[in-house]
Design a protein around this ligand. Structure first.
Ligand code: T1G
Length: 666
C-alpha cells in the first residue's frame, strides 16, 4: 500500500493501488473530517489515479466509524489553507476514471459533497447522508447547493439543504442521492460497481441539468423558509443558492456558493452555532471526573407513574434499560400504563416506530403497586408529588431495603436535594436527575450533585445521559438549579413588562421574533398555571417583602384560569386556537393602576433586551455561586431546556454579556 502524504510523511489518506480498481482510504479519526491534510492527501491520490495506467477505476472509502462527516469545524476560526475543499471535489468529479463512494456511518457536509462529486455512490443500509451546514449558520461550501439538486431535483434539495435534515440510506436511495445499497461487503460492492462503470461514459453530477421551479412557487418556498428560520440567516441564503442551480452553470453557481459560505463563516450567527456545537460535547466532560468509573446500571426503578414518571419510563425503555415503575394503587398504576401505551401508539400511528418495536419497548417496562418490588434495582428515581416531606419519607423507606450501591435519584425541579439525601443513611448515593417535560423527548438532563454526592454517582448520571441520548449538565443545589432558576427571573421580568405597559401577546410575539419557539405566557398556558401557583403559595411565607411581586398570574388562577387545560389562562382558547382575551387585558391594566404605574408602549427591542439581560444576570449569579463549573453549562441548559436560539449568541457567550452590559449602560 502506498501512503499518500500531504507533506512527505504518512498522512491520513492512502492509495491502495489494487488494479484494476484502486481504493483511496481516508483515516482521520474521530469522524474523518476533511482537515487540510485530508484535502491535500485526497488531491494527490486522485491525481495519482488519473495518471496510473494500471488503475481503471477507484473507490473512495473511510476507515473507522464513519465516512467523512464534514469539513473540520475546528479549522473555521483559522485562515483557510489550500487545497480548498471545492477544488479537491472538482478534481474528483473531473477524474478520467470512474470514482465510486463507499459510504458507511454518516456522510455529512463536506463528506456528502465528496460523495455527490463521485460518479456513483454505494451505501450501507445503516448509513445516513445530509448537508447540516445551516445548523452551524453556514451554507454548504463545496458544491452541495449545486450538485444535490442535480441528483435529487430542486424540491428535495431545498428540503434537505435548508433544514439540514439527515436522511437514512433507504430514503437517499429513493431520492437518487445513493445509487445502490450494499448487501454485505461495502468496499467490495463499491469496487464491483466501479468495475462495471469502467469504459462507460462517466456520470458527472455537475453536467446534469436542473428543472426550474415555477417562479411564484419558488418565492413562496423561500418566504416560508425565511419565516421558519425566525431570524437565522443561513436557511434562506441556502434556498437562493439551491434555486440558482437551475439557471447558472455549475462554475458560476459554485462561485456564488463559495462567496456566501465565506461570508457566513465569519458571521456572528455561525460563530455562536459553532460554539453551541462544541459546548454540547464539552458539557459531558466534567473537570476531575474523567477518570472516575460510573456504576453499572441496567435495572431502573421509577416511583410515580404520573406525567413525569411515565415519560422517564419511556426514556429508559427507549434506551434499552429494564424498567419497573410503581405507584401507590392499581388505579394510579393503570393510568400510568395507559399514558405510556398512548405515547407509543401515537409513535406507531405517525410511522416513527414500528409495531414490533413498540411491543419490545412495552415488554421492557414492568408495573407494580408499592415499592417493595424495587429491591433488585441498580437505580431508583422518584417522580412523586413535589413536596419535600413526601420525598424525604419515600427516600427513608427506600433506603431501608435497597441494597448498598443502589443509587437514589430524585426528579425534583426545585426542592433542596441535600435535605432529601439527609433522610437516608446513604447521602453519597443520592443525586438529582432533573428531566424536562416531556421526559422522553427533551434532550436536557440536569444532574444535580449535593455536597455529599459521590463522584462515581455523578459520573453515573453523565453515563446514563449518554445512553439516553440526552445532554447532561452537572450542577449544584440551589432553588430551581440552573434552568428553572433562570426561568423564574425570565418570567418575573416578563411580568414587570406587563405592569409597565406591554400585554402578554406582545411579550410573546417579541420573544418569538427573537427566536424562542414560544413566548413565556403561551408556554405557561401549555404547562398549566396551577403548577407554578402552588409553588408561589408554598414560598409565600418566605418571600422577601421588599421584592417587587406581580400577582397577575395569581388572579388568573383564582379565577380558575389554568391555561389550555381549562380553556383559558393568559389567552382564551376557542377550539384550540390561541386568542387575546380582553379579560386578561383588563386584569393587566388594573395591575398597573395598583402599582401606580402609567402604562406606556414598550417596543419589541426593549422586551428582547430586558429579557436577555434578566437571563444573563441570573446566569452570572449562578456562575458566581459555582452552581455550575463553566459558562457553557448555562448555555447548554438554556438551549436545550428552553429553546434559547443558539444562533443569537447563547447567554454566557462573550458577545451576549457585552451586549447586555452595553444596553444596560444606555
Ligand atoms: N469537525 C471537527 N470535529 C468534529 C466534527 C467536525 N465536522 N464532527 C464531529 N467532531 C468531533 C466532535 O467534536 C467530537 O469531538 C467527536 O468528533 C465525536 O463527535 C464544506 C463547511 C458526525 C453525527 O455538521 O453531527 O462540512 O468531543 O460526539 O455523537 O460544506 O459529530 O470527542 O473531542 O458528535 O457519534 C458539516 C457534525 C460540517 C457534522 C457523530 N458536518 N458532527 O456524532 O459523536 S461543515 C457536521 C456531527 C461542512 C462543507 C461544510 C456528529 C456525528 P470530541 P460526536 P457522535
Amino acid at each position: 500500500m502506498t501512503a499518500i502524504a500531504s507533506s512527505g510523511e504518512a498522512g491520513p489518506v492512502r492509495l491502495i493501488p489494487t488494479a484494476p480498481v484502486a481504493v483511496i482510504e481516508i483515516d482521520n479519526p474521530p469522524v474523518n473530517a476533511t482537515s487540510q491534510a485530508v484535502r491535500a492527501g485526497l488531491l494527490t491520490a486522485i491525481h495519482e489515479v488519473d495518471c496510473n495506467p494500471q488503475i481503471e477505476a477507484v473507490v473512495i472509502a473511510c476507515a473507522g466509524r464513519t465516512f467523512v462527516a464534514g469539513a473540520d469545524i475546528r479549522e473555521f476560526g483559522q485562515l483557510p489553507r489550500e487545497p480548498h475543499l471545492p477544488d479537491v471535489i472538482d478534481a474528483i468529479e473531473a477524474c478520467s476514471k470512474p470514482v465510486v463512494a463507499a459510504i458507511h456511518g454518516t456522510a455529512l457536509g463536506g463528506g456528502c459533497e465528496i460523495a455527490l462529486a463521485c460518479h456513483a455512490r454505494v451505501a450501507e443500509p445503516g448509513a445516513s447522508l445530509g448537508l447540516p451546514e445551516v445548523k452551524l449558520g453556514l451554507v454548504p461550501g463545496a458544491g452541495g447547493t449545486q450538485r444535490l439538486p442535480r441528483l435529487v431535483g430542486l424540491e428535495a434539495a431545498l428540503d434537505l439543504v435548508t433544514s439540514g435534515r439527515i436522511v437514512k440510506a433507504a430514503e437517499a436511495l429513493r431520492l437518487g442521492l445513493v445509487d445502490r445499497l450494499s448487501s454485505g461487503d461495502l468496499r467490495q460492492d463499491a469496487m464491483d460497481f466501479a468495475r462495471e462503470l469502467t469504459g462507460q461514459p462517466l456520470r458527472r453530477t455537475g453536467e446534469r441539468v436542473v428543472t426550474a421551479l415555477d417562479p411564484q412557487e419558488a418565492s413562496a418556498k423561500v418566504a416560508e423558509i425565511r419565516r421558519k428560520a425566525r431570524g437565522a440567516e443561513a436557511p434562506a441564503k441556502a434556498a437562493e443558492l439551491v434555486l440558482s442551480s437551475a439557471s447558472l452553470p455549475l462554475a458560476d453557481g459554485m462561485a456564488r456558493e463559495r462567496e456566501t459560505f465565506l461570508e457566513l463563516r465569519s458571521s456572528e450567527q455561525s460563530a455562536a452555532l459553532r460554539h453551541a456545537f462544541f459546548a454540547e460535547r464539552e458539557v459531558t466532560r466534567l473537570p476531575g471526573l474523567d477518570s472516575v468509573e460510573p456504576r453499572s446500571v441496567q435495572k431502573i426503578g421509577i416511583v410515580g407513574a404520573g406525567t413525569m414518571g411515565s415519560g422517564i419510563a419511556i426514556a429508559f425503555a427507549d434506551a434499552g434499560f429494564d424498567v419497573k415503575i410503581v405507584e401507590t394503587s392499581e388505579q394510579a398504576l393503570a393510568a400510568g400504563q395507559a399514558r405510556i401505551a398512548d405515547v407509543y401508539d401515537k409513535q406507531v400511528a405517525s410511522g416513527r416506530l414500528t409495531a414490533a418495536a413498540k411491543d419490545e419497548r412495552l415488554r421492557a417496562i414492568e408495573y407494580a403497586v408499592g415499592t417493595s418490588s424495587l429491591s433488585d434495582r441498580d437505580l431508583v428515581i422518584e417522580a412523586v408529588f413535589e413536596d419535600l416531606e413526601v420525598k424525604r419519607a419515600l427516600f427513608r423507606d427506600l433506603d431501608a431495603f435497597l441494597p448498598p450501591g443502589t443509587i437514589l435519584a430524585t426528579n425534583t425541579s426545585y426542592l433542596d436535594i441535600s435535605l432529601i439525601a439527609a433522610a437516608t443513611s446513604r447521602p453519597a448515593d443520592v443525586v438529582g436527575l432533573h428531566f424536562f417535560s416531556p421526559a422522553n423527548v427533551m434532550k436536557l438532563l440536569e444532574v444535580v450533585r449535593t455536597e455529599t454526592t459521590a463522584d462515581d454517582v455523578v459520573a453515573t448520571g453523565l453515563s446514563l445521559a449518554k445512553r439516553l441520548r440526552k445532554i447532561p449538565v452537572v450542577c449544584r443545589v440551589c432553588d430551581g438549579f440552573v434552568g428553572n432558576r433562570i426561568l423564574s427571573r425570565y418570567r418575573q421580568q416578563a411580568e414587570y413588562l406587563l405592569e409597565e405597559g406591554a400585554l402578554p401577546h406582545e411579550v410573546d410575539a417579541a420573544l418569538e421574533a427573537f427566536g424562542f419557539p414560544m413566548g413565556p405566557f403561551a408556554v405557561s398556558d401549555l404547562a398549566g398555571l396551577d403548577i407554578a401557583w402552588a409553588r408561589r403559595k408554598r414560598l409565600a411565607p418566605t418571600r422577601d417583602p421588599r421584592e417587587r411581586y406581580v400577582d397577575i398570574a395569581d388572579r388568573l388562577c383564582e379565577a380558575g384560569r389554568f391555561g389550555r387545560k381549562t380553556g383559558a389562562g393568559w389567552y382564551r382558547y376557542e377550539g384550540g386556537k390561541r386568542e387575546v382575551d380582553p379579560f386578561v387585558t383588563a386584569l393587566v391594566e388594573e395591575a398597573s393602576k395598583r402599582r401606580g404605574l402609567t402604562r406606556r408602549q414598550i417596543s419589541a427591542e426593549e422586551i428582547q433586551s430586558r429579557i436577555r439581560a434578566a437571563i444573563v444576570n441570573e446566569a452570572c449569579k449562578i456562575l458566581d455561586e459555582r452552581i455550575v463549573e463553566r459558562p457553557l453549562d448555562v448555555d447548554v441548559v438554556m438551549m436545550h431546556g428552553y429553546g434559547y436560539p443558539a444562533w443569537r449568541a447563547v447567554p454566557c457567550s462573550k458577545r451576549t454579556v457585552w451586549d447586555c452590559s452595553r444596553s444596560s449602560r444606555r
